[in-house]
Design a protein around this ligand. Structure first.
Ligand SMILES: Cc1cc2nc3c(=O)[nH]c(=O)nc-3n(C[C@H](O)[C@H](O)[C@H](O)COP(=O)(O)OP(=O)(O)OC[C@H]3O[C@@H](n4cnc5c(N)ncnc54)[C@H](O)[C@@H]3O)c2cc1C
Length: 429
């Protein structure tokens, strides 16, 4: 059952009413609590890569545990493959999946609402409708953008969309590219790492360049990269850019965007000012701002520290954090990817089930492959498998089980498409 806000309120009221007959509702209502617990319960915040995976895998491992997944959006929209929408190879419909199977096949209670606070001392979360208690909590709300690090950006994101969460901005960027005249300039800025999906900006640059090459050959894309060089799969991207987009991509490393002017659609670095016809500013990022008030993201830190054996927060017990919000340094230098978040969701689910049953969580292992298209036909990839490392007390890449694709190929591009469909089904099917 997928529960929207109106049904949720009705459902909560019905639940409270039923319980009031047996005499248990009054204390719950007095504390503002809705949907009182009747058995072991895990609440999951966020139905993205980490959260949806964890919700499904808890129910698969122990159907006796009630799982409530609270997600702001009515459907899942995938960031992986969203660059393909911007390049015109897929549509938003192709990267959208409903939550119906999670509810009907696995009994996850999917609640469409926004969590506004986490209260670790009372083991509950708060939405606009009231407080919901948990025995264990899994937090996977992704990232927040740090808009105010770029002067002039706050309040003007409509002029400089990031499209770094798949949705309306993804379609906006696609529409703007289509509307741009031949001879126009696209400007894309890359923030300093760590940010969500290290190779993501470079795949986007490739697909925009490919679109321009085929449809608007007098146009170009200027890349203002805050990093010293391409952050991921650098040689493979560079080789493709040299082969296909020599005149189209103007790549400028070590060029951090520090300000924007919305009236002239101009991006400023320490050295330069570049005027855009289409501007794509990807701001610096941090763990979702929901985590800071409860201390899950400690003051002064950008990311949330976790114990990588269980993904339990090192600040508050009983709360597991997965996905991009986690501090990769505490996990073991892993990338902020959907595949990684899916792996973390499985580890956290197994740990939560074990701990709820009074058992010991099993030794974790994780895997990651990041595919990127370098043109409409060709892809590249990077893979790593991670195991527990006793010495560091973190996850470490297994030697011989990691590496880059030997070159770009159509086979890797097809694998990328197949991978996305398979992992969406693993999370949500
Ligand atoms: C352009 C692009 C391309 C990418 N390509 C790849 C790729 O090819 N392969 C790969 O592995 N990774 C890729 N990634 C990275 C991947 O998308 C992220 O690493 C992944 O989404 C992280 O998962 P998460 O669970 O942390 O967050 P998300 O998947 O973002 O999920 C967070 C969810 O929480 C919800 N939420 C947030 N706050 C609240 C709240 N307060 N209450 C309720 N719900 C809330 C959000 O609506 C969202 O659905 C790409 C990213 C981008 C931007």
């Amino acid at each position: 059952m997928t529960i929207n806000r109106r049904t949720f309120l009705k459902y909560s009221a019905a639940g409270a009413g039923a319980l009031s007959l047996s005499g248990f509702a009054a204390p719950a209502l007095a504390t503002g609590e809705i949907m009182p617990k009747s058995g072991p319960r895990v609440v999951v915040i966020g139905g993205g890569w980490g959260g949806a995976t964890a919700a499904k895998y808890i129910r698969m491992q122990d159907p006796g545990i009630e799982v409530l997944m609270i997600e702001s959006e009515p459907v899942f929209r995938s960031c992986p493959i969203s660059n393909w929408v911007i390049g015109g190879l897929k549509t938003m419909a192709d990267i959208t999946v409903g939550y119906d199977a999670l509810a009907s096949r696995h009994g996850v209670k999917v609640i469409q609402d926004t969590v506004v606070a986490i209260e670790p001392d009372r083991s509950r979360v708060r939405t606009g409708a009231g407080a919901i208690a948990y025995d264990r909590l899994i937090v996977s709300p992704g990232i927040s953008m740090i808009y105010d690090e770029i002067e002039g950006l706050e309040g003007n994101v409509g002029v400089f969309p990031a499209a770094w969460k798949a949705g309306a901005e993804t379609q906006q960027l696609r529409d703007e590219l289509q509307a741009m005249a031949d001879g126009g300039t696209v400007v894309l800025s890359v923030p300093l790492g760590p940010y969500r999906c290290p190779p993501g900006p470079y795949e986007r640059i490739s697909l925009i360049a490919d679109y321009l090459r085929r449809n608007k050959p007098r146009s170009k894309i200027v890349v203002l990269d805050a990093n010293q060089k391409i952050v991921s799969k650098g040689k493979l991207f560079k080789a493709a850019w040299d082969a296909y987009y020599g005149d189209i991509i103007d790549y400028r490393p070590d060029n951090k965007v520090i300000g924007v002017d919305p009236t002239t659609k101009t991006l400023m670095t320490d050295f330069d000012e570049v005027r855009a016809d289409v501007a794509n500013v990807i701001p610096p990022q941090r763990a979702n701002d929901l985590l800071a008030p409860s201390g899950l993201r400690p003051g002064g830190k950008r990311w949330a520290p976790v114990d990588p054996w269980t993904y339990e927060s090192t600040v508050h017990g009983g709360i597991h954090i997965t996905g991009d919000s986690t501090d990769a340094a505490t996990v073991g230098g892993v990338p902020k990817s959907g595949f990684m978040a899916n792996s973390m969701g499985k580890v956290a689910a197994a740990a939560a089930v074990a701990l709820l049953g009074g058992g010991a969580p099993a030794r974790p292992s994780m895997a990651n492959t990041c595919y990127s298209l370098v043109s409409a036909e060709e892809g590249i990839s990077v893979t790593a498998v991670y195991d527990w490392d006793d010495e560091s007390g973190k996850m470490a890449g297994i030697k011989g089980a990691k590496g880059l694709s030997p070159g770009r190929s159509n086979l890797v591009a097809r694998n990328a498409d197949d991978w996305a469909k398979a992992i969406w089904s693993d999370m949500l099917g």
